[in-house]
Design a protein. Structure first.
Length: 875
């Protein structure tokens, strides 16, 4: 293998690093991985031969993707470091020795796959390398025909060359399916492509010419002969363009040329057609880029020469012609001819001739500058709307002025020189005068009043340079222009041919470009395109199965989405609260004025919307009354329910608070004023102190609205029911008393309304069971999201997949995860007859099932009744 230094730009690309990370010996391993992904030939193969296998990247891949215990053989000129389960040996595949060694290793087996990634040592002479490469391919094909099983696969690397089509033709004769492809890991700048030949026909007799390089690559053999002479006299011949792809010493298909190369080239169409990009990197080219002639359009066209349209091509050719004119390239190229012609003339005239020619050129240059400057001025005027194109005659003249000037210069100098060649010093003088006259006419002829109706005024009018000859010159000019146009067309078709030769898909690509679907020539760009087809075009989650789900409840994918929405909202809300907190300076306005407990108290929803409460007036001194009231309200609520609790007499004796039968608290005197009463309540008990009855609500409102106070309230509730003793009374009596013999407390309409509203709000909340079911559903959805995320991460990290494959697989995962699963039906099995006493799943029952006992319900009911009875008797 040619040991290329891995320091060039782009050499250490992502596949290089990936190969290092994943332990492959060569980045080329990814080419085989990607080829196998596309054609899937490794998984089903048991015997594989890798020709030109060093350092062994492909062998590693084969070993990984083929079934265990497969026979894998690798051969290369250089020894290959051992790979477990792989047999390797060093041989030249072009020799018979290699063939017999392979036969020896294969015994009676036949190969399912023959791989060939051979590359000759890349030298400076391309044609020779191409020959070796094609020779290697043909030889590997030969070996493949010897060892391949019928239906087998042959994978080979080929370089695009003029013999490419012949090669494909040969493959097609031997295989059922032949496809050329360039895996993404193959560098765009490399001319290599891989041909995957599947379904080996295994003909009994193969025409020997199919595998004969002389027959298949006739031209190349000729080329080889030619190039061998070139080696000894590289500059003796004109450098030939290699239509087969590479130029000598240039081993990539991507080529950029310097603008000056194009300007100076004698074959501009060929130069353009042979390059991908035109750069302005040399000093000279940089100057050219700054010239006004080098417009934005030209710079843009230079960026990608492969997609030049006819218009762009013409612009570039005109630009080149103008610049050649500016740099006097035509002149300098003609100079040697002139000099050669002058050799015959007298040596006295030589110096004067030179002088004259120089002066001539100087003048012409000056004139050209002037014409250009005028054109520039006119353009500026046009841009400032000071004039119209017709006024300045841009259409008639502007585009061709350059050529007119060039033509003029050409004609003048040629004429002068011809005359000089023939004539004497006198005639030189005469002609010089003439020339000067003409130049004076060109540059400084005064305005002719007779010409005032003309569009072009003043000395700058090029159409007036020869007053008597305008028509004739126009005709001549038109003819010249037509000629230039046709020359340009010819050049353009030459350029297109050139492109076509370099790129087999040229026509298709151009068609795509014309249809607006063009995605570029590079694999990279195609990948980007496919990337956008894959990842960018997100799966239409909205049109998933959930839409067709007729259940009113949220389907699971909706659940997932709603979770995501909720998460967002929660975040937003948190941000909002934080912002508000920051703005207001605290969580609640009330708490800024009241103590903590008071704030908590009045923070209850009950006080919201209650008119007339001036929270500022309520101080912590009132908290004792609040505590008492809260207890009373609780008791009132309990009283309504008839669920009185009696405390042990011992508790009363201890002076602790006692709940009376009539449902009112009797608060021990020392506790009355204790503001810590509320604080003493634990969390659970606090939850009990709710305003659950209209009586409690009324009482509360009265207190809050200062219609009563704690003393009045306590006094009022010392009544005939206060000290009723129910200790020795039977249960039935106590229960009945509780129901009917109790004080009737005042209730206001407002309190009833408020309570009703509160209950309504409570009713609106889902019952616990439903809430739990929803929460479970959410939890399951969250689990699925997490699972998909995890899987997606592993897919993303999988380097064996292309971006598009990754996108597709993630897409599939999401669809699967969000698809609503049909509810599993539960079969109810009654445990009677054959199912009676069956342990585990009854026969013939599939899916979820529930065993029910026909007697179970009755028995359970009976057991409950029994339990109740025994409880009563125990008491
Ligand atoms: C691009 S490398 C192959 C890389 C290999 N597929 C891998 O993944 O490691 C090309 C190999 O072809 C080998 N080669 C070139 N000419 C050969 C020949 N005549 N016989 C055997 N091997 C040859 C070179 O030695 C070189 O190792």
């Amino acid at each position: 293998m040619g040991h290329q230094k891995k320091t060039g730009k782009g050499r250490l690309d992502k596949y290089y690093h990936l190969a290092k990370e994943q332990g492959y010996r060569a980045r080329s391993a990814f080419k085989l991985i990607q080829l196998n992904k596309k054609y899937n030939f490794l998984g089903s193969s048991r015997v594989l031969i890798d020709l030109c296998a060093a350092p062994g990247g492909w062998l590693q891949v084969a070993q990984k993707y083929m079934p265990v215990k497969s026979l894998i053989l690798g051969v290369d000129l250089v020894p290959i470091k051992p790979i477990p389960g792989v047999i390797t040996f060093a041989e030249d595949i072009l020799t018979d020795k290699c063939r017999s060694r392979l036969r020896q290793e294969m015994k009676t087996w036949k190969a399912d796959v023959v791989l060939h990634d051979g590359a000759p040592n890349v030298g400076s002479n391309w044609a020779h390398d191409a020959y070796s490469q094609t020779e290697l391919v043909l030889m590997s094909l030969k070996l493949a025909t010897d060892f391949l099983n019928k239906g087998g696969t042959f994978v080979t690397k080929v370089f695009r060359s003029k013999d490419y089509n012949s090669m494909i033709w040969v493959f097609n004769q031997l295989f059922g399916k032949v496809e050329a492809t360039k895996p993404p890991s193959s560098r765009n700048v490399s001319a290599e492509i891989f041909v995957v030949c599947q379904d080996y026909i295994a003909p009994k007799n193969i025409d020997p010419r199919f595998l004969d390089a002389k027959y298949v690559f006739e031209d190349l053999v000729l080329n080889k002969a030619q190039t061998s002479t070139d080696i000894f006299a590289p500059d003796s011949k004109k450098k030939k363009r290699h239509r087969e792809g590479y130029e000598d010493g240039d081993l990539t298909l991507y080529k950029s040329i310097d603008a000056m190369e194009f300007i100076k080239s004698r074959d501009p169409a060929g130069t353009l057609g042979g390059a991908n990009k035109m750069t302005f990197d040399t000093d000279e080219a940089r100057d050219v880029a700054k010239l006004p002639e080098t417009t934005e359009d030209i710079l843009l066209a230079c960026k990608d020469l492969r997609v030049l349209g006819k218009k762009d091509f013409r612009i570039l050719m005109k630009w080149r012609a103008g610049l050649r004119e500016r740099f006097q390239l035509e002149k300098t190229e003609e100079q040697p001819k002139i000099e050669a012609g002058d050799e015959d003339g007298g040596s006295d005239a030589e110096g004067q001739l030179d002088l004259l020619a120089k002066e001539e050129l100087k003048k012409l240059r000056k004139e050209r500058k002037r014409v250009n400057a005028k054109r520039q001025r006119q353009l500026v005027k046009l841009q400032l709307n000071m004039t119209t194109p017709t006024e300045i005659g841009l259409e008639q003249d502007g585009g061709h002025e350059l050529f007119r000037a060039a033509k003029l210069a050409e004609r003048e100098s040629v004429r002068t020189i011809n005359e000089l060649r023939q004539g004497t010093v006198d005639s030189i003088n005469v002609d010089t005068d003439l020339a000067d006259d003409e130049l004076v006419e060109l540059g400084s002829r005064p305005v002719n009043p007779d010409d005032s109706d003309s569009d072009f005024e003043g000395p700058d009018d090029p159409a007036r340079t020869r007053s008597g000859d305008v028509d004739g010159e126009d005709d001549e000019g038109q003819g010249r222009l037509r000629q230039l146009e046709s020359e340009m067309d010819e050049l353009y078709s030459e350029y297109v041919d050139h492109k076509r030769e370099r790129d087999a898909q040229y026509d298709i690509k151009r068609k795509r470009a014309a249809e607006g679907e063009f995605r570029g020539f590079d694999d990279d760009e195609e990948q980007n395109g496919s990337g956008s087809d894959g990842f960018a075009s997100e799966p239409d989650k909205g049109s998933g199965s959930s839409e067709s789900d007729s259940e009113p409840e949220l389907s699971e994918d909706e659940e997932i989405r709603s979770m995501m929405r909720e998460a967002k909202q929660t975040k937003a809300a948190k941000r909002g609260v934080a912002a508000r907190k920051g703005a207001v300076g605290g969580p609640a306005v009330v708490s800024t004025k009241l103590g903590g407990r008071a704030a908590m108290w009045f923070d209850q929803p009950l006080f919201k919307g209650v008119d007339g409460i001036d929270l500022d007036d309520i101080t912590d001194d009132d908290s004792d009354s609040k505590a008492a009231v809260s207890k009373q309200s609780l008791q009132a609520a309990r009283g309504r329910k008839g669920a009185s609790k009696r405390k042990r007499p011992a508790d009363e004796a201890d002076g602790m608070e006692v709940e009376s039968d009539d449902g009112f608290d009797v608060v021990a005197p020392e506790d009355h004023g204790d503001p810590n009463d509320v604080e003493l309540m634990d969390e659970d008990r606090q939850a009990d102190y709710d305003l659950a009855t209209p009586e409690a609500m009324t009482m509360m409102r009265d207190l809050a609205n200062r219609k009563t106070n704690k003393h009045a309230l306590i006094d009022k509730h010392f009544n005939r029911y206060t000290f009723n003793d129910s200790r020795d009374l039977p249960d039935w009596f106590v229960d009945d008393e509780q129901q009917h013999n109790k004080p009737s407390l005042p209730v206001t309409k407002e309190a009833v309304r408020m309570l009703r509203e509160k209950l309504k709000a409570l009713d609106a909340r889902p019952i616990k069971k439903v809430a739990e079911a929803k929460a479970r559903k959410k939890m399951r959805a969250a689990k699925r999201v997490a699972n998909v995320q995890k899987k997606a991460e592993s897919v993303i990290a999988n380097d064996d997949m292309t971006e598009a494959e990754k996108a597709r697989s993630i897409d599939r995962m999401i669809k699967r995860a969000t698809k609503a699963k049909p509810k599993e039906k539960v079969t109810v099995i009654v445990a009677r007859n054959a199912n009676r006493g069956v342990q585990g799943r009854p026969k013939g029952v599939k899916g979820r099932y529930k065993m029910v006992d026909p007697r179970m319900k009755k028995e359970l009911r009976a057991k409950k009744a029994r339990d109740k009875r025994t409880k009563r008797t125990k008491r």
